[in-house]
Ligand binder design. Sequence first.
Ligand SMILES: [Zn+2]
Ligand SMILES: [Zn+2]
Length: 122
Amino acid sequence: MDKCDKCDSVLDEDRRWTIAIETQKCIWGSPTSLPEVDIQFADGLGIYCSEQHANEKIAEYLLLAGAKATWADVRPIELCACCGTDFDTTDWHKVLTLIEENADFKPRSVKYAARFCQACVP
Ligand SMILES: [Zn+2]
Ligand SMILES: [Zn+2]
């Protein structure tokens, strides 16, 4: 049985939250198409029983990195959570991602807590 990394309770089979640092690139096909996210590499930071426990881990992680949550979107230019400058998301960069998963590890929802520019390595 998988347990929450925060409170040690046994995880619900069908609802769990994962935090990962991903290396992403946002892809813009044409002006009318929706942006896509290309993920090259993901490094799991933990798995949690609730969004609240996952958010506590996110807050801890960002504090250590000297950054703050921006809850970023997928846009060609985003604010770096660490140095606060705008950067190009069409180039590879690190993203702190919160994923709500079901039992088959299929994401129900994905949120981007923070995006980091190419100069900042969280
Ligand atoms: Zn928990
Ligand atoms: Zn930065």
